[in-house]
Design a protein around this ligand. Structure first.
Ligand code: BTN
Length: 261
């Protein structure tokens, strides 16, 4: 059960976090429409890099492709503000995915995997998702906001839309998992990987090596055409490389894949 120690306060999140800039400044809202909207306003006002917007619960959580992200209390919902160099943009999804995997492993011991492009799964069910939004001015990034939603401790059965496809850390672990512990570890892991991703390809390799989608039969859409094939690999620019049954190689930079039996 949650205790006083698990309360999502600014102090509880950032005190002795030990990071250089991620989470040095944290803003916590008891309730928000979406952390993305507040984070984008804050970023356009030039708040320091690494500022984190956290909501206890979101009323209009945003997923990719205009989907809704169900965000009751018990979900970690946060947005991290960055001002990266444009050449580091493709690695942001890798940093976020691997940081979530690390945080889950460190706090619960559970093994999570990645489903291209932005899902984190445990035992085939979605436990977290990532949404990246930002601005590009000429050839520079204005800002990038990394939105992370992670199901920690709520009853997915209360939400029929996700009851069969989603899971929570508490359900997978079989006991209560603290959102505060997850957030603190996530921010530390995120910073480590973000700093290392600037020069090396270690984050790319870890991202690729934990990509559950590789080797699987999938269907994927490019414009109005649906392709079926086996996922060959994921590339350093974040794209997915599909080999169709007639040997054609298709490169997907965005979209969604559906796993086929
Ligand atoms: C997806 O899987 O479609 C991405 C989900 C991203 C959800 C997070 S929760 C924090 C941030 N605020 C939002 O409204 N969305 C992102």
């Amino acid at each position: 059960m949650p205790t006083e120690k698990d309360i999502l306060s600014v102090n509880n999140i950032s005190n002795k976090l030990g990071t250089r800039f991620i989470g040095k400044r944290v803003v916590v809202y008891p309730q928000l429409a979406s952390t993305m909207e507040i984070a984008k306003i804050a970023a356009s006002n030039g708040v320091p890099e690494g500022t984190v917007i956290v909501a206890e619960e979101q009323m209009s959580g945003k997923g990719r492709l205009d989907r809704i992200w169900i965000s009751p209390k018990g979900c970690v919902t946060l947005s991290i503000i960055l001002y990266p160099d444009i050449k580091h943009l493709p690695s942001l999804i890798m940093v976020a995915s691997v940081a979530i995997m690390h945080a889950i492993k460190k706090i619960t011991g559970l093994k999570a995997v990645i489903k291209w492009p932005n899902d984190i799964l445990i035992n085939g069910k979605k436990v977290a998702g990532i949404l990246i939004e930002g601005t590009i001015q000429h050839i520079n990034v204005g800002y990038a906001v990394i939105g992370i939603g992670l199901n920690v401790d709520f009853n997915v059965k209360d939400y029929p839309e996700i009851a069969e496809i989603a899971t929570t850390l508490s359900d997978e672990k079989g006991k209560y998992v603290s959102r505060l512990d997850i957030i603190r570890t996530l921010l530390v892991e995120f910073e480590k990987l973000y700093l290392s991703a600037r020069d090396k390809d270690i984050v790319y390799r870890e991202w690729r090596d934990n990509m559950d989608t590789i080797g699987k039969k999938v269907s994927a859409k490019s414009g109005s055409i649906v392709y079926e094939g086996i996922v060959d690999t994921v590339a350093e620019d974040g794209s997915l490389i599909l080999k169709t049954s007639n040997g054609e190689i298709i490169n997907f930079t965005a979209g969604d894949v559906t796993l086929l039996k």
